[in-house]
Design a protein. Structure first.
Length: 281
């Protein structure tokens, strides 16, 4: 049986004309327990279709310890034709009604145990393309809230600097890591801008190109990711979580597969794997 609850949009922050962060609160006030990295099915009445409710999946950017609201970051899909749900979301404002399913999906939940039952203490590297950063906002806030001691690296790729949603949030989490010490909270954030030649990005001094370039070895040596963490990335010391276009997942795996990394979808006979991903086509 499909469970669907009535809910209300309580906050809308337009980051630019086609990128929005918004919050939704179930009308009964109940936010069920869920896991960082899950998504939810959101339904919205579409005016041009006689207020018929149309549903789509959206990753939860909020974390499970936040019992007040769900948060989402959504791109308005305009090409080749305006998307049915996203167009409606961009007309929505505080007080508007939507419906929600229950949080679901295991593709991107955080691994706690290795295949042999030992605790998974590997470094966590999150690679998000565009709005594919959403599950990793949830990861970072959750891991911070529970005091997880693993090393966490968030890599975000966007076409334009103003599409680096949650840059402030991640930067503050990194600053806290520097203040408190890595033994208390070990968090790093780096971003890549893929259209550096465009005028709007002229002040960008960070990594350029698509986000998977963080894994590309420079002149046969270390990759920017390896320079950041200070050691060679291996299947023993690092796990990867990727969300974005299929091209982003393929691009990351082009670097990882030759080094022996395998995905959850394609795990070894003994059940071991190092990479989890969610693709949006
Ligand atoms: C697990 C999961 C999590 C997701 N999380 C997020 C998230 O956090 N943020 C986010 O922004 N998105 C997310 N998505 C994507 C989201 O579910 C929707 O697919 C997206 O928002 C587009 O929905 P839409 O109704 O606006 O577009 P649709 O109406 O479904 O259109 C989809 C595509 O088809 C094209 N199209 C529509 N009609 C036609 C036509 N007649 N002929 C040709 N082309 C057409 C549109 O231009 C568009 O490119 C997620 C998807 C999944 C599966
Ligand atoms: N969990 C999910 O399934 C999920 C989550 C979030 C969003 N989505 C959906 O994904 C769609 C677009 O997301 P977005 O607008 O956030 O992305 P975007 O801004 O178009 O792209 C983000 C980054 O990915 C790069 N990129 C674009 N196409 C690529 C490809 N084929 N291969 C590798 N890299 C690519 C872009 O580089 P360039 O500058 O070179 O284009 C940019 O650096 C939306 O329709 C959204 O609804 C799904």
């Amino acid at each position: 049986m499909v469970v669907e609850n009535k809910a209300t949009i309580t906050y809308v922050q337009l980051l630019k004309e086609d990128l929005v962060v918004f919050r939704v609160v179930p009308n009964d006030g109940i936010i069920p327990n869920y896991k960082a990295g899950q998504f939810i099915t959101l339904g919205i009445p579409v005016i041009s279709e006689n207020y018929k409710t149309v549903r789509r999946a959206y990753s939860l950017a909020s974390h499970p310890e936040n019992r007040k609201y769900y948060e989402f970051v959504v791109r308005w899909v305009r090409k080749p034709l305006p998307g049915r749900v996203t167009t409606q979301i961009f007309y929505a404002s505080e007080g508007d009604k939507v419906t929600l399913g229950l949080p679901t999906g295991n593709a991107l939940t955080i691994n706690e145990r290795l295949h042999d039952g030992r605790k998974d203490d590997r470094r966590i590297v999150c690679v998000g393309g565009g709005t594919g950063i959403a599950p990793f906002v949830s990861f970072a806030k959750h891991l911070h809230a529970v005091g997880d001691k693993r090393e966490i690296v968030v890599l975000h790729g966007a076409s334009y600097v103003d599409e680096l949603s949650y840059r402030d949030t991640f930067t503050k989490l990194e600053e806290e890591s520097l203040d408190r010490g890595k033994d208390q909270w070990n968090f790093r954030y780096r971003a890549a801008v893929s259209r550096p030649q465009e005028w709007f990005n002229r002040a960008w001094k960070g990594q350029t190109g698509r986000v998977e370039n963080f894994l590309r070895a420079r002149d046969g040596g270390k990759s920017p990711l390896e320079e950041l963490v200070g050691e060679k990335i291996t299947t023993e010391n690092t796990s990867f979580y990727i969300c974005g276009w299929q091209g982003t997942i393929d691009g990351v795996m082009d670097f990882l597969s030759p080094q022996g990394f395998v995905t959850y979808h394609d795990k070894r006979e003994d059940g071991s794997f190092e990479v989890k991903y969610e693709s949006y086509g």
